[in-house]
Design a protein around this ligand. Structure first.
Ligand SMILES: [Zn+2]
Length: 359
């Protein structure tokens, strides 16, 4: 990154060629997702300050380019080539540690980042939330703030006496109001949306799409030209997965070239507990024999390549998924280099009586 900036000042075409050979073009970028920064917040949604410092140092020392999330989305949507090693940093929820810990560290390096904010808790001065004034200060230094719904509700859940039309109207209102509060307080907000809890289904995705949003989940993997722009993947960074070795591997991941994954609606029918996922791929530089899929809380699941004209495989959990959110995470080694192709698929399961997980 430092090297690229230095070249840019002194030359144009020759250096462009030089950079092109040093940094191969890519069709993807890695989007990191953080929540809390500190040692005394829940480990499942926090990185320690020592971990965060190591992450930033690793990015700097290995010439990663930290781009604004908006720019990454723009390039991917346009189908434009990106340099390899592009990273965007996102943070969900406007916790105070974002202002106190993440902001000074990222500002010192001149790196942009995006915070997904639920305006409701900020307006109510909920404990541990940043204030609008702090966010205005951050936005003057290039931090962007985007929509995380008004009150961080489980948006896919229809109320007991609510029909689909009423659900749509309520959720649309929630998203519009959140956007308005961001714009009133901060002047502007990109049309980017992070699903609370990383939880979405097809009807919710359609609602976001109709309103012109690009939306982000919490299933892992690099985002690519072929990603679903209403469910872009991000790598969640929290104590259990934030060790530097894990971080290094995730930054280097490549997008498994998925053409189609069926069924594509993450919300499972009530009677379904072990979804069979069928994934169709483009041919590519991945080692088919090395494909492995893991199920949340269960470990490795059996994978079967299908005898189709196009490469395709099926994977199914060996045991029923837990109630709530689960994922199938599939990886395959690249033919060259020590890198992994990666794809993650979200599932949401209700209790057999149709009720939702308590959380
Ligand atoms: Zn959140």
């Amino acid at each position: 990154m430092k090297r690229a900036a230095g070249f840019g000042r002194v030359c144009s075409l020759a250096c462009g060629l030089l950079l092109a050979t040093q940094l191969p073009a890519a069709n993807h970028a890695v989007i990191l997702q953080y929540h809390h920064f500190g040692d005394d917040t829940p480990p499942s949604t926090s990185v320690t300050l020592a971990q965060f410092d190591r992450h930033l140092e690793h990015l700097a020392q290995n010439d990663y380019r930290v781009w604004p999330l908006e720019r990454v989305v723009q390039q991917l949507r346009a189908g434009a080539e990106l340099p390899d090693k592009v990273v965007a940093i996102s943070v969900d929820d406007a916790y105070l540690s974002v202002y106190r810990e993440a902001f000074p560290r990222l500002r010192a390096r001149g790196w942009p980042f995006t915070v997904f904010v639920s305006p409701g808790p900020v307006d109510r001065h909920s404990p541990g939330q940043m204030t609008w004034e702090q966010m205005r200060e951050m936005s003057r230094h290039g931090v962007s703030f985007a929509n995380h719904s008004l009150d961080h509700a489980h948006l896919i859940r229809q109320g007991p006496n609510e029909d689909t039309a009423a659900w749509r109207a309520r959720v649309r209102r929630d998203i519009v109001q959140a956007q308005q509060r961001l714009e009133q307080e901060l002047g502007q907000a990109p049309r980017l949306f992070a699903y609370p809890y990383g939880e979405y289904d097809n009807p919710l995705k359609s609602l976001l799409g109709e309103q012109g949003f690009v939306a982000f989940g919490q299933q892992s993997g690099p985002a690519s030209h072929n990603s679903d722009f209403l469910a872009l993947p991000r790598f969640a960074m929290a104590v259990p997965y934030a060790a530097i070795e894990d971080f290094r591997v995730k930054l280097q991941t490549l997008p498994l070239p998925v053409i189609q994954a069926q069924p594509d609606d993450p919300l499972l029918p009530v009677a379904e507990s072990r979804p069979r996922l069928r994934v169709q791929l483009q041919a590519g530089d991945y080692l088919a024999d090395s494909l492995s899929c893991y199920v949340s809380g269960q470990g490795r699941a059996p994978v079967r390549w299908l005898d189709d004209a196009q490469p395709a495989f099926e994977v199914q959990a060996a045991r029923p998924l837990a109630i709530g959110r689960s994922r199938y995470n599939c990886t395959a080694r690249a033919l060259q280099g020590n890198r992994y192709y990666w794809y993650s698929h979200l599932w949401i399961r209700r209790h057999p009586d149709g009720s939702w997980q308590q959380e």
